[in-house]
Structures are given as C-alpha cells and as structure tokens.
Ligand binder design. Sequence first.
Ligand code: 2BA
Length: 109
Amino acid sequence: MKLIIAVVQDQDVNRLLERLLDSGIGATKLASTGGFLKEGNTTLLIGVGEEQVDEVIGLIKETCKARKQLVTPLAAVGRSISAFIPRPVEVPVGGATIFVMNVERFEKV
Ligand code: 2BA
C-alpha cells in the first residue's frame, strides 16, 4: 500500500475530492499553510494500493491548475522595510506537490 500526500490549492480541492470519490478512492483533507507564502492550502492524505498510484496522480494532474500569486518579497522573508519600497512579485503556485510513501502497515479497527 502507498500513502499519497498531495498539497493542493484550496480552489481545486472540492473538484479533486469528487473525482476521487467517484473512483472509490478515500481521502482525508487537512487544512495547511504554505511555508513560503504563509497562505492557506490543503493537504490530502490518500491511501491506495500500489496499482492505483498512477490513477490518483492522473486525477490530480487533470484537476489541479497552476496559478500565479502575488507576494511582497520583504513580507515573505519577515525583514523590516528600510532602504526601498517593496513591490509585489508574481510566483507560480501548484498544480500540486505530491509525495508517494510506502505504508508499512495499514489497519482499520
Ligand atoms: P508555499 O510554500 O506557500 O509556496 C508557494 C509557491 O511559492 C511555490 O509553489 C513556489 O512556486 C514558490 N516558492 C516556494 N518557496 C520559494 C522560494 N524559496 N523562493 C521562491 N519561490 C518559492 P509550489 O512549489 O507549487 O508549492 C505549493 C505548496 O506546496 C507550497 O506552498 C507548500 O505548501 C507545498 N510544498 C512545496 N514544496 C514542498 C516540499 N518540498 N515539502 C513540503 N511541502 C512543499
């Protein structure tokens, strides 16, 4: 068995959960915060058999879009404003950040 950990944008998560449910795949949704932007995103825990990993990654690719988000550089690194006025810059975010891990043991009791 594998555990897929997928960090996705909030805007995509409901459609992705619907697609997973339609395919009979269970998921747990956790509220999370990106370390760089310090904004909300969503982390899904998805436990599947090894043969379903590619199907899940395919659904994530179809559902989760890359977007651009504005970030003010000094705010992001937490330094005080001194010599210049910070200008927001665009950073690309997503579609999704995906980790696939081996599950040593799985039980529902
Ligand atoms: P954040 O950490 O808020 O990052 C949002 C986006 O900001 C990133 O999009 C990336 O394009 C940019 N970014 C991140 N760190 C940067 C840096 N040091 N310099 C310049 N730009 C930077 P994604 O790469 O698509 O990541 C989206 C979210 O996925 C991240 O939100 C974070 O929550 C998660 N993530 C990404 N890589 C990860 C990793 N190696 N481990 C755990 N979570 C990760």
